[in-house]
Write a protein that binds this ligand. Sequence first.
Ligand code: ATP
Length: 488
Amino acid sequence: MVREILLGSVLGILVFLGLDGIDIWPIVLLLGLGSAVYFTGILNRVGNKSSRKVSVSHVTTTFQDIGGQKVAKSELKEALEFILKPDIITRLGIRPLKGILLTGPPGTGKTLLAKAAAQYTESVFLTSSGSEFVEMYAGVGAQRVRQLFQEARSMARKEKKSSAIIFIDEIEVMAGKRGSNQSHLEYDQTLNQLLVEMDGMQVHDDEVRVLVMAATNRADLLDQALMRPGRFDRLVRVDLPDREARLSILELHTRNKPLDVEANLDAIARETFGFSGAHLESVCNEAAILAMREGAEVITTSLLRQAVDKVMLGERMDRTMRHEDQKRVAVHEGGHALVGELVNPGSVASITIAARGMALGFVRHAPDDDRLLQTVSELKADIQILLGGSTAERLLLGEQSTGAANDFEKAWDIARQMVLSGLSSMGVVQEEALSPEVLYHTIRDIIAEQQSIVDELITLHEHDLWALAAQLLEHETLPGEAVRGFIA
Ligand code: ATP
């Protein structure tokens, strides 16, 4: 803003002097020279702000420190043979691999894999993020890319290494589809420079071999030129861990912690479907913090379960609640848990009426195994569990409350998914050809059908539910086993 006012005033003065008959050209020349010096200074300053770098001596992560990710690890190791066996590569005339792209959800270990790759190949490791190349000044991003590659080579020579790995996190920020960004010229220049540098990478005996590893959660946003053979020609998927992988991640992150000999990590792995490695690391850390808070000597399964709740829902709230509301929450959550156990026996992991984050209470379900596909009856069961809370309130307390709004939304989404997947009475449908009214009524029918089943279940188990709610009011949190004990 100040810069604009200054520029305006200078222009105004120049026009005024010009009209007054004063020769303004020497002043204009001087000002031009001054601004050239000023902007070059800025460019250098911005360009020289060196990218973060970590030399291999600091990278201690090995493939053994990464839980699960068997496929990603073996694909990566295979790709790294290019660095490890240059003689064979040259003898067979194989085109060297220049780039490996790691794609997958956040926190699944992409950075860890890149570090382990550097350790495995004894390469120097430079790390950077796509956003570090994005600047408002044209040319700065491209300059930084050039610098990064130069740095990789010079660091490798200095440390007497024959290879370097450049890791670029969030590559979609700098390598999105060209022409799609607002300040597209700068973005395009940066991406072009990256492509030029990657094209220029050759294997000569005296040269440092540079491998670019990049990570993204949004591979769909990347420019196609980046994915063509000869650039990022290896794509390694780094997915959310399955149950076995979750167990090994939990084991890795409790290695340095005093774990109770009875602690059941397998149960925690079962109850954490959908968690990433980063979530699981956080669970172990939070459990240790809780142990410290409670003055416990060891980390127990119960502390780990509390940590799972905390990671899932946030810190416990110190909210004082009217007894009436507390009772309602206990009945509501009891309804979810009861229906959960009736439709999927053994699936409730824990139930609580302690408020955390936005939730006043919560039932944690642990599916028997990771679910990648869902059948019609599983989807219907999910809707029934969601309706359990409001139904319990209506049948036991006489009326419902606003607490179920979120449940209804989720139930509606599941029913909609059923219709659009061809699982409703209409069979296979095409979304565009479906009138909103028909869609609405079909969803309503599915939900109404589940509602009558839930009404029946809760009526049949009203006494069990009252007993469960009373226990919840007394103990606040109950494990799944306790819930099962109430079901006659
Ligand atoms: P983002 O996409 O957000 O950059 P990322 O996939 O690069 O995430 P990392 O930075 O590698 O994830 O992982 C974050 C942290 O999560 C690690 O420091 C580690 O503690 C833990 N973690 C993630 N995945 C694993 C795993 N497979 N084994 C062990 N720890 C893991």
